[in-house]
Design a protein around this ligand. Structure first.
Ligand SMILES: Cc1ncc(C[n+]2csc(CCOP(=O)(O)OP(=O)(O)O)c2C)c(N)n1
Length: 769
C-alpha cells in the first residue's frame, strides 16, 4: 500500500500567513458571569477557597522553613525538601482547572502545589458522595455525606499533600515523590515533574490515550515559560499537532485533546522570558509553528481567575470536540524567588514586584465576591479561618505521622503485576486486512519475523496495544520488522511519528499511565541519548515516585548494530545505561524463539521494558512455534552444558559464544557451559552461579564498551556469590574503550569476536588464582 497523500512540486509564489493569536480579550466581571449564569455564587466561593488554600499552603512552607510555623513550633519540626512556591500564580491553577471534570488529566511542574491542590478540591466538590467516600477511605467515611463529607475530604486532601511533602507514608506517593513529583492518579493528577518540560510529553501521551479510547477526557498540561524552550516540549507540540490525527489518514479524525498551558510567570529560574532568553514577546507564538490555527492559542491575563476560567472553558470545549491540541499562555507573576534560597534582588526590582501585587488575583476575586454580595466580609473571614485551620491541623497530623519503613526503600521500584487477562472491553479487535504472517520452513522463521509475530498476536489479543515510532507504518520500520502492521491494524493503532525520540518515549509514558500498552520504536539504540530524560527519569521512575500507585506498561523496542561501518553514532550497545537505571526491565533476546516469547511477555508486563534487538540477528532463522507461548523474565537459558568454563553472553554475542565454544572444544578440548541470561534486568544470577560453582571459571561478554559495561556488574555479582568456587578471576569481554570506527580494519579490532571469547576462556582456564 502506498500512503495516498501525494507531495508534488508546487512553486507558486505566495506569502505564508500565520493565524492571529488573541491576547487579553476578556473584559468580564463576576457580576457579568453571575448575570449570564456562566458562574454560580458557589463557583465564585469555590474558586476563592481553592486560591486561598494554595496561598496559605505556600505561606505555611515559608514559615516552616523559617521555623516560624506556629502549630509546629513546639515540635521543633524541620521541613526539608524544595521550596518552589507558586504564590502569585493561584489564578492560573484554579482558573485553568475549574472547567475540568474530576476524571480529566493534569500534568504539573516543580512549582506544582497549586495545580495539585486545585485538582483534589475539584474532585471533592464535583464527585458524588459515593466516590468521595471511596477516595477518603477513612474508617468513618461511609458515615459522612454532603457538606460534612466534603469538609472531611478536603482536610484529608491537604493532609495527604503535606504528608507527601514531609516524606510520610500517608502522603499521596507514600513519601517517595515529595513536592516536585506529587501525584494523585485517582483524580487524574499525573504528576508534578522536577524536570523542566519533562511532563509535557506525558501530557501529550495522555492526550493520545484519550483520543484513541475516545473516553471524552482531556489533559491540561501546565509548564512554565522556561520550559517552552526545551526540546521535548517543542517535540511534544509537534507530535500533538500531527496532521495524520485529523486529516484523511485518520480512521476517525480527532485532534489530540491536550491543552498546553504556559504559566508565564516572567522568569525561568532567573532568566527573563521577554527581552533576554527568548526572541519573542509572547510564547504563545510558538503554537503557530506547529499548527495552521496556532493551536487556537490565546494569551490570557493569568492574574484574573475569571479570565483564565473563561478562556480555558473554551479551550477544554475545543479539545473535547476533537479540535485539539489547544494552547493558552497565562501571564502572571511569581511573587517569591525560584525557591526560598533566591532573594530575587539580582534580577528584579521592588517596583516591579509591587506592580504585580497591585493586581493580585485573590484580592481581585475577593473584592468582586463582596461587591456582588456573594458573601459578607465576615463570611470570607470565616472561610480564611477554615482554610488556615485545615492546614494547621493537617500539618500537625503529618508531622506526627509515620515515616515509610526504611526496609521498604526498594519497594515500588518494580510492580509484580502482569496483564494475565485482557478486560472484556479491550478484547474486541478490528482488523482491516489479514495481519502479516511469516512463512515457516521446517518450523523456522527469522528473528525479525518472530518479533512481528509477537506484535501481531499481542495486538490481536488486546486493543490497548498500539505501535508507533519513526517510519514504522507504511515503510515497516528501518529494519522492516513492522511491515504490514498498519495495513492490518489501521493508523489509529500503528502510526509514524516525527523524528522526536524524547517525545516518542514520553508520549508512550503518558499513554501507558492512562490505560494503553504502547510499544514504541527507537530506530537505533544510539538515539536513546536523545530521549534520556524520558527513559531514565520518567518511564523508569513513575511507578516508584508515585508510591506504586500507577504503572507504566511501556515497551521500548530498540535496535543495536555494529560491524557495518556505520561509525560512532550508529553502532553502540548501550544496554548498560538501562541496566544502571532502577525501574527499567532490560530484555536482550538472542534467538527467534526468545524474540517472540520475550516480546510477548514484555507487552504484558506492567513495568517499562527496554527490549533490545541485535541488528545482526534480524535475519537469523530458528524454530518458532506458531502457537502462543511466553518466555518468562529472569530465567536464563543454558544453551550448552559444559564442565570447564562458564560463558555468559547476550544479544549477538550469545551467538558468537556458540562459535567460540566449538573452537574451544575442537582445538583445546575445553567444554564450555553457555548461558544466555535473556533478560539483564531481572538477571538470573542463580543459574549463572550454579554453573560457575561447577566450572570454577567464568567469562562475561557483551558488545558494549568494556569500561562501565554491565558485564562488570555480572562479574562482580558472580564473584560475591561464588568466590570460593572460582579458580580464576572472572574475565570480561566487550568492545574496545573507543568509538566505533568507520574503517573495516579498525571496526574489526574494535568489536569483540568469537576469537576474543576463545582467548578470554583460555585465560580463565589457564590462569591460577
Ligand atoms: C531540565 C531541567 N533543567 C534545569 C532545571 C533547573 N530548574 C528548575 S526550575 C527552573 C526554571 C524553570 O522555569 P519555568 O519553566 O519558567 O518555571 P518556573 O520555575 O518559572 O515556574 C530551572 C532552570 C531543571 N529542573 N530541569
Amino acid at each position: 500500500m502506498v500512503r495516498e497523500i501525494d507531495v508534488l512540486p508546487d512553486f507558486t509564489p505566495r506569502v505564508l500567513e500565520f493565524a492571529k493569536i488573541p491576547a487579553f480579550q476578556y473584559r468580564g466581571t463576576l457580576k457579568d458571569e453571575l448575570k449570564a449564569g456562566t458562574l454560580k455564587p458557589q463557583d465564585a466561593l469555590d474558586m476563592l477557597e481553592w486560591m486561598l488554600s494554595v496561598r496559605a499552603f505556600e505561606e505555611m512552607i515559608i514559615s516552616l522553613r523559617m521555623q516560624a510555623f506556629e502549630p509546629l513550633r513546639k515540635m521543633n519540626f524541620q521541613y526539608r525538601g524544595p521550596t518552589h512556591l507558586c504564590i502569585g500564580q493561584e489564578a492560573a491553577s484554579v482558573g485553568a482547572e475549574f472547567p475540568l471534570t474530576p476524571d480529566d488529566y493534569i500534568t504539573s511542574t516543580h512549582r506544582g502545589h497549586g495545580d495539585g491542590i486545585a485538582k483534589g478540591y475539584l474532585a471533592i466538590v464535583r464527585r458524588g458522595d459515593r466516590q468521595v467516600q471511596e477516595w477518603l477511605a477513612t474508617p468513618d467515611a461511609l458515615k459522612l455525606t454532603g457538606e460534612k463529607l466534603r469538609r472531611a475530604a478536603k482536610d484529608e486532601h491537604i493532609y495527604r499533600t503535606i504528608a507527601e511533602l514531609f516524606g510520610k507514608n500517608d502522603g499521596y506517593c507514600r513519601g517517595r515523590g515529595g513536592s516536585m513529583h506529587i501525584a494523585d492518579f485517582t483524580v487524574g493528577h499525573l504528576g508534578a515533574n522536577a524536570i523542566v518540560g519533562g511532563s509535557v510529553a506525558i501530557a501529550t501521551g495522555a492526550g493520545y490515550s484519550a483520543r484513541y479510547l475516545r473516553n471524552g477526557k482531556v489533559c491540561v498540561c501546565f509548564a512554565g515559560d522556561g520550559a517552552y524552550a526545551n526540546g521535548v516540549v517543542l517535540e511534544s507540540l509537534n507530535m500533538a499537532a500531527m496532521s495524520q490525527f485529523t486529516n484523511e489518514l485518520a480512521e476517525k479524525p480527532f485532534g489530540v485533546p491536550t491543552i498546553y498551558v504556559i504559566v508565564n510567570n516572567q522568569y525561568g529560574m532567573t532568566g527573563q522570558q521577554v527581552g533576554e532568553v527568548s526572541g519573542v514577546d509572547y510564547l504563545a507564538r510558538r503554537a503557530a509553528g506547529f499548527h495552521p490555527e496556532a493551536m487556537h492559542a490565546e494569551v490570557v491575563n493569568g492574574m484574573d481567575v475569571l479570565a483564565v476560567r473563561e478562556s480555558m472553558a473554551r479551550a477544554i470545549g475545543l479539545a473535547r470536540e476533537g479540535k485539539g491540541p489547544v494552547l493558552r499562555e497565562l501571564i502572571c507573576y511569581r511573587y517569591q524567588g525560584h525557591s526560598l534560597s533566591d532573594p530575587r534582588t539580582e534580577y528584579r526590582t521592588k517596583e516591579e514586584e509591587a506592580a504585580w501585587k497591585a493586581v493580585d488575583s485573590i484580592q481581585n476575586l475577593r473584592k468582586q465576591v463582596l461587591d456582588c454580595g456573594v458573601a459578607t466580609e465576615k463570611q470570607l473571614e470565616e472561610l480564611s479561618k477554615v482554610v488556615d485551620e485545615r492546614h494547621a491541623s493537617a500539618a500537625i497530623r503529618a508531622a506526627k505521622a509515620a515515616d515509610p519503613p526504611a526496609e521498604e526503600v526498594t519497594r515500588y521500584v518494580f510492580t509484580d503485576s502482569f496483564s494475565r487477562e485482557v478486560p472484556e472491553q479491550f478484547r474486541k479487535v478490528k482488523t482491516h486486512a489479514a495481519p502479516p504472517k511469516a512463512e515457516r520452513k521446517d518450523g523456522m522463521i527469522t528473528f525479525k519475523e518472530a518479533i512481528r509475530e509477537a506484535l501481531v498476536e499481542e495486538m490481536l489479543r488486546d486493543s490497548r496495544v498500539i505501535l508507533y515510532g519513526e517510519d514504522v507504518a507504511d515503510y515497516g520500520g528501518a529494519f522492516k520488522a513492522t511491515k504490514g502492521m498498519v495495513e492490518a491494524f489501521g493508523r489509529d493503532r500503528v502510526f509514524n511519528t516525527s523524528i522526536s525520540e524524547a517525545a516518542i518515549i514520553g508520549t508512550g509514558v503518558g499513554a501507558a499511565m492512562t490505560g494503553l500498552r504502547p510499544v514504541v520504536e527507537l530506530m537505533y539504540s544510539d538515539f536513546e541519548c536523545m530521549a534520556g530524560d524520558q527513559l531514565y527519569n520518567q518511564a523508569a521512575k513513575w511507578h516508584y515516585m508515585s508510591g506504586g500507585r500507577n504503572m507504566v506498561p511501556l515497551v521500548v523496542r530498540t535496535s543495536t548494530g555494529a560491524g557495518k561501518g556505520y561509525g560512532g553514532q550508529h553502532s553502540q550497545a548501550l544496554e548498560s545505561h538501562s541496566c544502571h537505571t532502577p525501574g527499567l526491565l532490560v530484555v536482550y533476546p538472542s534467538t527467534p524463539y526468545d524474540a517472540k516469547g520475550l516480546l510477548k511477555t514484555a507487552i504484558r508486563d506492567d513495568n517499562p521494558v527496554m527490549y533490545v534487538e541485535s541488528q545482526e540477528l534480524y535475519n537469523m532463522k530458528g524454530k518458532v512455534p506458531q502457537e502462543e507461548y511466553l518466555v518468562p523474565f529472569g530465567k536464563a537459558a543454558v544453551r550448552r552444558e559444559g564442565k570447564d568454563v562458564t560463558i555468559v553472553a547476550w544479544g549477538c554475542l550469545a551467538q558468537l559464544m556458540e562459535k567460540a565454544a566449538d573452537t574451544l572444544e575442537k582445538e583445546h578440548g575445553i567444554k564450555a557451559e553457555l548461558i544466555d541470561p535473556r533478560t539483564l534486568v531481572p538477571l538470573d544470577l542463580e543459574t549463572i552461579v550454579a554453573s560457575v560453582r561447577k566450572t570454577g571459571r567464568c567469562v562475561v561478554a557483551s558488545q558494549a564498551c568494556r569500561t562501565g559495561s554491565y558485564t562488570g556488574e555480572v562479574a562482580s555479582q558472580v564473584q560475591e556469590a561464588a568466590f570460593g568456587y572460582l579458580d580464576a578471576p572472572v574475565e570480561r569481554i566487550g568492545s574496545a574503550d573507543a568509538i566505533s570506527p568507520q574503517s573495516e580494519v579498525l571496526e574489526r579490532a574494535f568489536l569483540p569476536s568469537a576469537g576474543s571469547l576463545v582467548q578470554a576462556a583460555l585465560r580463565a582456564c589457564y590462569r591460577k588464582k
